[in-house]
Design a protein around this ligand. Structure first.
Ligand code: SF4
Length: 326
């Protein structure tokens, strides 16, 4: 395979709002409004932004749980955005998902062992004793005990259920897992355990993650690179160290300043963002962040900043940031 594992170009997902007697389209929700990024093999890309920024919709459009409005999605070079359900099926093995709420995504009527065995059966990988053996092995890999295979989802804690969801996603040896807020519903101590587990599994199996989260602190330890989204657009994308040490977009700066500081002696200036995220139905003109940006100038209200490369691998959409010379 040449090129990235996942390549997303100008992806959009708009939802029409219908009204009136004839159900005409009266407005459009610009949930995802032209995002471009890639994920390399064995890499984790953190996709971060406040609630309503479109990050989860982007994950769903890539997984084809919703149909993209436009743009292209390539998995291992093969275009998958326009595929029908049946044509998409073979790619499902390579592209798995872990949801935020493992409880609602795990069938309450199946035992934990059956839940993890299901994809093995569906993809014709293993059945019977072979499947059971494989499931027991997977349980060990995600930190569950094989004797827990007979239990039902309600008998597990939140962290254990998420481990179950991860085992199910991993069962078919996918190339990429879209992890949609996988630790948001968990206690902080359990969050760290699940993130460590994902990091270990990546080291062992080489799987890539698109890790969707609303909290920058959560993606810090797992991501190789981070993409920051605001109102349906990516405003900054860079490697983890750059994002956390030298963020260039005012929104990234604000998100970072709001994150808890583990060392209280390292005081940082807290940037308070005014107001809520504006509605994606009628996004602000010019730079979508101008209504909350502490540095906004007149031009920001009328002219939309294009995302530009400031340095190799570091892209920012802000009028005030210019590429470094040379
Ligand atoms: Fe702020 Fe203007 Fe930059 Fe947008 S373009 S982030 S409003 S300074």
């Amino acid at each position: 395979m040449t090129g990235p594992l996942l390549q997303v170009v100008d992806l959009k997902k708009h939802y029409p709002i219908r009204g009136g007697l004839f159900g005409r389209e009266v407005a459009t929700v610009h949930a995802v409004d032209g995002i471009t990024f890639h994920v390399d093999s064995g890499e984790t890309l953190g996709l971060v932004g406040e609630s309503g920024c479109g990050k989860s919709t982007a994950g769903k459009a890539i997984l084809k749980l919703v149909d993209p409005t436009s743009g292209t999605v390539r998995l291992m070079g093969k275009r998958i955005d326009g595929l029908s359900r049946s044509a998409m099926w073979p790619h499902r093995r390579d592209l798995q998902v872990v949801f935020q709420d493992p409880y609602s995504s795990l069938s309450p009527r199946l035992s934990a062992g059956e839940i993890v065995a299901e994809p093995l059966k569906n993809f014709g990988i293993a059945t019977g004793a072979e499947a059971r053996e494989r499931v027991a092995w997977l349980f060990g890999k995600v930190g569950l005990r094989p004797e827990q295979m007979a239990k039902y989802p309600h008998e597990f804690s939140g962290g254990q259920r998420q481990r179950l969801g991860i085992a199910r996603a991993l069962a078919v040896r996918p190339k990429l897992i879209v992890a949609d807020e996988p630790v948001s519903a968990l206690d902080v101590s359990v969050q760290a355990q699940v993130i460590n587990l994902l990091t270990d599994l990546q080291a062992e199996f080489g799987v890539s993650f698109l890790f969707v989260a609303h909290d920058l602190a959560v993606v810090e330890h797992i991501s190789h690179r981070v993409a920051v989204m605001y109102l349906g657009k990516i405003v900054e994308i860079a490697d983890r160290r750059t994002i956390f040490a030298r963020p260039q977009h005012p929104y990234t700066e604000a998100l970072l300043s709001a994150a808890p500081q583990p060392n209280p002696r390292l005081k940082k200036k807290r940037i308070i963002l005014a107001g809520d995220v504006p509605s994606p139905i009628n996004p602000p003109s010019g730079c979508r962040f101008h209504t909350r940006c502490p540095y906004a100038v007149a031009r920001c209200k009328t002219e939309e900043p294009q995302i530009r490369e400031l340095a190799p691998g570091h892209q920012v959409a802000c009028h005030l940031r210019l590429p470094s010379a040379g």
